[in-house]
Write a protein that binds this ligand. Structure first.
Ligand code: SF4
Length: 345
C-alpha cells in the first residue's frame, strides 16, 4: 500500500508511523500545515520533522506554505468552528489531492492521534475526501497511543509545541485558558501512570529477558519460540525492570498473553495487574479477545483481571510438552486451562 500521511508535527507522528510500520505499511510523511503561527513556530515544527524523518529513514515531502493571511481570512468570521470548517479541510484536501496526483493509493493524517482534535469530524472528512478523489482514507484511532507517542518524543528530544498551531489556539492556551478537553475513544482512559513507572515495547534485544521469562515458563524451547514473533513489553520502575509480558497474535481477532512475570522483589505491588490493563488498552483497537493459558492455581488471578470466559482445557499439556515435571507450589501441574478476556468490554 502506498500511503501519504499528512503530518502535523514530529511528536504526533511517532506513534502513527510506528503503528503503520508494525502493520507493514510504509508511509510517506507529508508536511502541509498553513495553520502554524508565528513563523518561528512553523519553522521549529517543520525542521524538527525534517530531522526526525531522516533519523528513522522514512520518506518525507515538505510543501512549504506559511499561509498566515489566507488562513486568517478564512477563519475570522467563525473562529469557534475554525478547526472543522477550514483548518482540517484545507490540510486534508491538499493531502488527498497530492496523493491522487502522485500515484498514492491512500492517505491518512497524524491528526487522528490527538485527543484534543475533533476526531469524528476528521474521520468523516477523510472518508468524504476519499470518495471525492477516488482513493482510500486509512482510518486508525491512533488516540490510544497518544501518551506513549508523546513520551517517546520527549525521550528523543523532539521539539514539543505548547499549543495546537494557529495564533487563536495560542491565545486559548496562554490567555483565555479555554483549551478543549481530551476526547478519547469509547471505553478508553489514559492509564494512570504513576511517576517513575513506564511501560515500553522492547523491539531490539528481546533475548536479554529470557532468564526472567523462564521463571514463569521453564521451557527455553517454548519461550524462544513465542518470543521470536511475539511482542515483548517491559514495565520499569525507575530504571529497574519490574514486570515483563509477551503477547502473540493468534488470528485476526485474537491475541494470546503467553507469559507475564514480575521480578521477585517487585511482587505484590500490582505491577502485573497494571501490565495487563496496559496490554488490554494497547490491543483493544485491533483485536477482540485476549487469551491466556494458565495452571489451576492462577485461574483466580486471571479471572479478576477480566479473563472471565472459560475457553478450553488441554489435558496433560505440561506432561506432553515439558521435559521436567512442573510444580506450582504444592500442585503438580498437568493440564493447561485457557480463559479469555473480551477486549471490547
Ligand atoms: S486550533 Fe488547531 S486545528 Fe483548530 S484551527 Fe487552530 S491550528 Fe487548526
Amino acid at each position: 500500500m502506498k500511503l501519504l500521511l499528512h503530518t502535523c508535527c514530529a511528536p504526533c507522528s511517532v506513534y502513527c508511523i510506528e503503528t503503520l510500520r508494525n502493520e507493514e505499511i510504509e508511509p510517506t510523511v507529508y508536511w502541509y500545515n498553513p495553520n502554524i503561527h508565528p513563523y518561528k513556530e512553523y519553522e521549529a515544527r517543520r525542521d524538527c520533522l525534517k530531522e526526525y524523518t531522516k533519523s528513522i529513514g522514512v520518506q518525507a515531502i515538505f510543501e512549504d506554505n506559511y499561509g498566515l493571511k489566507e488562513f486568517c481570512k478564512n477563519v475570522i468570521s467563525d473562529l469557534e468552528n475554525r478547526c472543522v470548517n477550514y483548518c482540517y479541510k484545507v490540510r486534508l484536501e491538499q493531502t488527498a489531492k497530492y496523493a491522487k496526483e502522485n500515484g498514492y493509493d491512500s492517505f491518512s493524517t497524524t491528526l487522528l492521534v490527538s485527543p484534543y482534535q475533533n476526531h469524528d469530524a476528521l474521520k468523516k472528512l477523510g472518508e468524504k475526501l476519499a470518495k471525492k478523489y477516488g482513493i482510500e482514507f486509512v482510518y486508525r484511532d491512533f488516540r490510544v497511543g497518544f501518551r506513549e507517542g508523546q513520551r517517546k518524543a520527549r525521550e528523543l528530544g523532539l521539539y514539543m509545541q505548547k499549543y495546537c498551531g494557529c495564533i487563536f489556539s495560542e491565545q486559548q492556551i496562554f490567555i483565555t485558558h479555554t483549551n478543549t478537553k481530551p476526547n478519547l475513544p469509547e471505553g478508553f482512559e489514559f492509564l494512570p501512570v504513576k511517576r517513575n513507572i513506564m511501560i515500553n515495547k522492547e523491539k531490539n534485544d528481546k533475548k536479554q529477558y529470557i532468564s526472567l521469562l523462564l521463571e514463569a515458563d521453564p521451557s527455553e524451547k517454548m519461550v524462544e519460540k513465542y518470543l521470536k514473533d511475539g511482542d515483548l513489553f517491559v514495565l520499569k520502575y525507575k530504571d529497574d525492570t519490574a514486570c515483563i509480558a509477551v503477547v502473540t497474535k493468534l488470528d485476526n481477532d485474537t491475541v494470546e498473553l503467553k507469559n507475564i512475570v514480575t521480578k521477585e522483589e517487585f511482587r505484590g505491588k500490582g505491577y502485573a495487574k497494571k501490565m495487563i490493563k496496559y496490554l488490554a488498552d494497547n490491543y483493544k483497537q485491533r483485536y477482540k479477545k485476549m487469551l491466556v493459558g494458565t495452571t489451576e492455581n492462577n485461574i483466580p488471578f486471571y479471572v479478576k483481571q477480566g479473563f472471565d470466559k472459560y475457553e478450553k482445557t488441554i489435558k496433560n499439556f505440561f506432561i506432553d510438552n515439558y521435559e521436567k515435571e512442573i510444580w506450582d507450589g504444592d500442585l503438580h501441574c498437568t493440564d493447561m486451562y485457557y480463559y479469555s478476556k473480551n477486549l471490547k468490554k
